[in-house]
Design a protein around this ligand. Structure first.
Ligand code: SF4
Length: 286
């Protein structure tokens, strides 16, 4: 999968995303630049653990070949090594004639940490301390969680907190996320933590599986009250290709129509969209 590990005993890992590399060659940045002003080439995509308590059909991670984790490493080990591991991961761009030299220099000092690579970060016991250390360094932090661990989320203070909503109801949730236990009530509890803070609900639409009942999504979103809602299409990449087919990838128009149905039944409104990433961002009406 191209992950660089912080320690051989731990599954804490970093992998620059495609948009970071594209930005380094002077190309376009990812939709988070468009929606939230994040510079892709200064963003480090990490996870403090690859362990997860769900087996989502749409996940790009392999469930068959899990990376064994002997222990969790301390937050300061992750923070102190981050810049050097990102530098190692992007080393080829130092000598590439295609690289933008200014952006390359900037990329050596990441100022945005996306805790979203793979795995469920709330299973890392010292997640609040890790985020606080990044915050203290002046970095923005995006935490993406599956919402199964509300007590841990309560203790975390990221710049922007994401909770994934994989389904409009419990039955669909159990079928698509295939969790170790039924965590639906815990996810609803996590969603209730999103109002009055910079936050987003992420919905990954898988055609024919969870793209029904926009009214239920709207009700759950309305109850939670996050600042943003990202409705994103499933991408047929990684190990998800073994579980789903290309026909499960919705076209952008279908995603937009679904997002607009949510708007019609809630106090959210269209904010922006990115056709390449097949994502529509909704915002709570002011
Ligand atoms: S919760 Fe996230 S990491 Fe875990 S299986 Fe689902 S998509 Fe993958």
């Amino acid at each position: 999968m191209g992950y660089l590990f912080f320690h051989p005993d731990s599954s804490a890992a970093l992998k620059p995303c495609m948009w970071c590399k594209r930005a380094l060659t002077g190309g376009e940045m990812c939709y988070k630049h468009q929606f939230y002003g994040i510079d892709s080439h200064r963003c480090a995509q990490i996870t403090p653990t690859l362990a997860c308590n769900q087996h989502c059909l749409f996940c790009w991670r392999s469930f068959e070949h899990e990376y064994p984790e002997k222990r969790q490493i301390e937050p300061d080990v992750i923070v102190s090594q981050l810049a050097s591991i990102q530098k190692k991961a992007l080393a080829g761009y130092k000598v590439s004639y295609r690289a933008d030299p200014v952006r390359y220099q900037e990329s050596l000092i990441p100022n945005q940490i996306a805790i979203s690579l793979s795995g469920e970060p709330t299973l890392y016991e010292k997640l609040p301390e890790l985020i606080d250390l990044f915050n203290a360094q002046g970095c923005t932090t995006f935490l993406v969680s599956n919402g199964t661990n509300p007590d841990m989320l309560r203790a975390c203070r990221p710049y922007q907190m994401y909770v994934s909503l994989t389904a409009p109801d419990r039955e669909t949730y159990l079928a698509i996320a295939r969790p170790d236990s039924d965590y639906w009530d815990r996810i609803l509890e996590s969603l209730s933590l999103l109002s009055n803070r910079r936050s987003a609900i992420r919905i990954t639409l898988v055609q024919g599986i969870n793209d029904h009942n926009p009214e239920s999504y709207a009700r759950i979103i309305e109850d939670a009250g996050p600042q943003f809602v990202e409705v994103k299409g499933y991408m047929h990449v990684g190990y998800s290709q073994k579980r789903l087919s290309r026909r499960h990838m919705p076209e952008h128009e279908r995603i937009r129509n679904f997002a607009m149905s949510i708007c019609e039944m809630s106090s959210y409104t269209f904010m922006d969209e990115n056709l390449l990433s097949r994502v529509v961002c909704l915002e709570k009406k002011k």
